[in-house]
Design a protein around this ligand. Structure first.
Ligand code: SF4
Length: 230
């Protein structure tokens, strides 16, 4: 089973800075198809939970109290890279907007809830080693494997013959009923036509008064003519 590295808070782990989580039911349901590896870079980097929120400013990570926590964020990113290499992880799903996990957006460092384009320390480090990094905001339905169509049932010629026989048997009474409904047999229909025709039976397809011409070149007359020539 393929392994996917996922931000632990997206799986319901209370590792968020305020002690909560960001549970995402869809990502959790991927456990059915993948080996999900939960990972929180900030906790792995040695930070406690709950903790003061942090943001990236001038390539450093600073918490709300002004303390530089860059070292913890770098350690968390390093651990994520080591784990991915060790387990052969090629896909990661990380929490958007986080200074560790943000994939496309992060806070601007003003602690005013302003977002800017950028990526968290761990997301950036994983991308550098070739891991495909997605956020929970991306369209992830492609990760659900398509179900294979069940092959059609094999039916031998013998069985097909039997089925056809049964079908004919079923249809036979229906055909008999239809036969009874026809007013005349073939012979009756012919005789009826004969009775209705005043010229009689002989006139069928042949008219005595109609002149017929023999084919050119093959009549008795033309044969005699040829014989006289020689
Ligand atoms: S560091 Fe990542 S996994 Fe940990 S709480 Fe923040 S967003 Fe979630």
């Amino acid at each position: 089973m393929e392994k996917i590295l996922v931000s632990a808070c997206l799986l319901g782990d209370n590792c968020k800075y305020d002690g909560g989580n960001n549970l995402n039911e869809f990502i959790l349901s991927l456990r059915e198809y993948y080996d999900i590896i939960p990972f929180c870079p900030e906790v792995e980097g040695g930070l406690p939970t709950p903790r003061s929120p942090s943001e990236i400013k001038n390539a450093l990570v600073v918490n709300k109290e002004g303390k530089d926590v860059t070292r913890n964020f770098l350690l968390g990113a390093e651990k994520a890279v080591s784990l991915s290499k060790l387990l052969g992880i090629r896909i990661a799903i990380l929490k958007e907007n986080s200074p560790s996990c943000g994939v496309r957006k992060i806070h601007d460092g003003s602690f005013q809830n302003h977002l800017i384009d950028g990526e968290g320390f761990t997301a950036s480090a994983l991308k550098r080693i070739g891991v495909k990094v997605y956020s929970e905001k991306d369209e992830l339905s492609f990760l659900i494997p398509q179900k294979k169509e069940t092959p059609t049932e094999f039916v031998s010629y013998k069985e097909r013959g039997k089925k056809a026989e049964n079908r004919i048997k079923e249809e036979k009474p229906r055909r008999d009923v239809m036969k009874k409904k026809t007013p005349y047999s073939k012979k009756d229909r012919f005789d009826k036509g004969h009775r209705d025709n005043p010229k009689g039976r002989k006139s069928f397809g042949h008219d005595k008064n109609k002149k017929s011409f023999p084919k050119k070149g093959n009549s008795r007359f033309s044969r005699n003519k040829r014989e006289k020539k020689y």
